[in-house]
Design a protein around this ligand. Structure first.
Ligand SMILES: NC(=[NH2+])NCCC[C@H](N)C(=O)O
Length: 577
């Protein structure tokens, strides 16, 4: 279902053609939301210049040829040549009624694409930190939004499960035994397991030698070593999956594509690039030089794909991943939800993949850049001892704080309900805070602000949904079955209905721009419009039955839109709070 502005656009385009001829077919009529009307047409300004006429005359000609077939009531020229347009109440009301009857709230599926989505990607045997919170939460919101829009999403969690530290980790696991309490640390406190291995490595030269020999065995595919390595990964996955379940993200073991997945492809990638003359040996390493990427000295920046010791890095793995995604999965798009600093790395990998013929022009790669999470001192969030903050500890703290709130606000709720609501509110607050700022900007991690019941926060929106549910609970009505026709009289009703009709275009826009914070901003505005409506318009005590029924439909549609919108962000909406 097109938004009001989208519905009006073709009519204004036709008016442009009717007034000024065929060369204006397809021209952008520049429709913008306005504080003076429902929408403003700004096309006259630019057109006047082009046509050598006064903007007001151009605006008058557009209005004279405008036929909106009942969609609008007035089109008035203001100032130098703006056209202020008002939508017809009946049209808005009919659309709102139709949206409430539609399980997809008017969101029409788009032309489906196959999208590979690389997100989360933490390292095995390491605690996830707040940086991973963002790559996980933003990636998961994008997965949900793209799927809802109609695309096929192939989630790819590139866990760091390979590399030199695994010699030491495997050797440590062999020493302590897979059933030991130390091994169980991988599930509960992976950093402690890692530290244990590291300390032995630094203190005990024979252990260090064994660790080095183990790396060689691991890379050679020694079956016994691979079995222990597999156990290490499995134990670590219990930790990762616990974080994912706590966060309520949609990643499962089926989405794992660890770095090790591409081991067999890495030599092939190197050989093919060398044979094609794209990579050359330089000081013993195999490197790709791309003339378009130059450093300060104007010399090309090398991208190393095989180190002089024969080892491989991220560049080679990422090249193998592209090659595989295009060949085997036939993707139209590849999205990488990864930190801002990796930007040049990805540009170089894509350029190399294009030259090698692995990335056709029809496949579009995008780096969804993730900004840093800061502490109150505006430096990267760390513990007092300088370590990166454990994600699980932050999440636990958020839930404890939410629990204190709900215990005080709703002592009437049963204990297990309060525990569940505290979880939904605590986790929802942290996720929403992350999703309400542009993904490439930094933000300060502040639990008190995230948990506030006012402002653009998760709890504010969750509370708005709980409040609407309580209206329906009070009269024993199911909001899903509330489909009485919407009628518009009060300005606040009209304002709310107009906002509701924007949902489909917001979802579609976010699925293209990959900016979940625009959905958050929309939901916040919608909740505010609902608040104004609820203050100005009595619902249960409305003056007559059709008005009451209409207002209940507006309440139900608002509830469904907020809950659906929050769900697309991966934020749960408690039944009560
Ligand atoms: N292609 C990628 N996903 N690269 C990002 C890897 C992130 C790395 N595993 C980390 O935890 O820092």
């Amino acid at each position: 279902m097109p938004s009001p502005i989208e519905a009006l656009t073709p009519a204004v385009q036709s008016a442009l053609v009717a007034a000024f001829g065929d060369e204006l077919r397809g021209a952008d009529p520049v429709l913008r939301p306005s504080q003076f009307a429902d929408v403003q047409v700004n096309a006259a300004m630019a057109l006047a210049k082009k046509l050598g006429r006064k903007p007001r005359d151009v605006a008058e000609a557009i209005v004279a040829h405008l036929d909106t077939d009942g969609l609008t009531t007035t089109a008035e020229i203001a100032g130098p040549g703006f056209i202020n347009i008002t939508f017809a109440d009946d049209w808005i009301a009919d659309r709102a009624t139709a949206a409430q009857a539609d399980p997809r709230l008017g969101v029409a599926p788009v032309e489906p694409q196959r999208v590979a989505l690389d997100y989360s990607s933490p390292n095995v045997a390491k605690e996830m930190h707040v940086g991973h919170l963002r790559t996980t939460v933003v990636g998961d919101a994008l997965a949900r939004i793209l799927e809802f829009a109609g695309h096929t999403v192939i989630r790819q969690n590139h866990i760091g499960d390979w590399g030199t530290p695994f010699g030491m980790l495997v050797e440590h696991l062999l020493d302590v035994g897979a059933d030991s309490p130390t091994a169980r640390l991988l599930e509960t406190d992976p950093n402690a397991f890692y530290q244990g291995a590291r300390e032995k490595f630094d203190a005990d030269p024979t252990f260090a030698d064994r660790a080095r020999a183990r790396v060689v065995l691991l890379q050679a595919g020694d079956p016994e070593t691979l079995t222990v390595w597999r156990t290490l990964i499995d134990l670590s996955l219990r930790y990762l999956n616990r974080v994912y379940r706590t966060l309520g993200v949609t990643l499962t073991d089926a989405d794992l594509a660890g770095e090790s997945t591409y081991n067999d492809d890495l030599p092939v990638v190197c050989r093919e690039l060398e044979e094609a003359g794209i990579a050359t040996v330089d000081n013993g390493a195999l490197v790709v030089f791309l003339p378009q990427f130059t450093g300060r000295d104007d010399q090309p920046v090398p991208m190393i794909i095989r180190k002089s010791d024969g080892g491989y890095g991220y560049a080679t793995t990422d090249l193998a991943m592209i090659r595989d995604c295009v060949r085997r999965l036939h993707v139209d798009r590849i999205l990488y939800v990864v930190g801002v600093p990796q930007s040049l790395h990805f540009e170089m990998v894509w350029a190399t993949a294009r030259r090698a013929g692995w990335l056709p022009d029809s496949t579009v790669p995008t780096h969804v850049k993730i900004g840093n999470v800061l502490g109150a001192d505006r430096k990267i969030l760390r513990t007092r001892s300088g370590d990166s903050l454990r994600l699980m500890a932050l999440l636990d703290e958020a839930v404890v704080k939410a629990r204190a709130y709900i215990d005080a606000a709703r002592p009437d709720l049963p204990e297990d309900t309060r525990a569940e609501v505290a979880h939904q509110v605590g986790i929802g607050a942290v996720k929403y805070a992350d999703l309400s700022v542009a993904h490439d900007s930094e933000y300060v991690f502040d639990l008190d602000r995230m948990l506030a019941l006012t402002g653009n926060t998760g709890p504010y929106l969750q509370y708005a949904t709980a409040r609407i549910r309580s209206i329906f609970r009070g009269i024993g009505l199911d909001p899903e079955t509330q489909t009485a026709p919407v009628r518009l009289e009060a300005p606040a009703e009209r304002e709310l209905a107009l906002r509701l009709l924007d949902f489909p275009s917001v979802v579609t826009a976010v699925s293209t721009s990959l900016e979940p914070h625009r959905l958050s901003a929309y939901l916040f505005e919608l909740a505010q419009a609902f608040s104004s409506f609820y203050e100005a318009c009595p619902v249960l005590k409305a003056e007559d039955e059709p008005t009451r029924a209409s207002r209940l439909t507006l309440c139900a549609l608002t509830l469904r839109t907020l809950v659906q919108g929050l769900d697309l962000l991966g934020v749960e909406a408690p039944e009560q709070m």
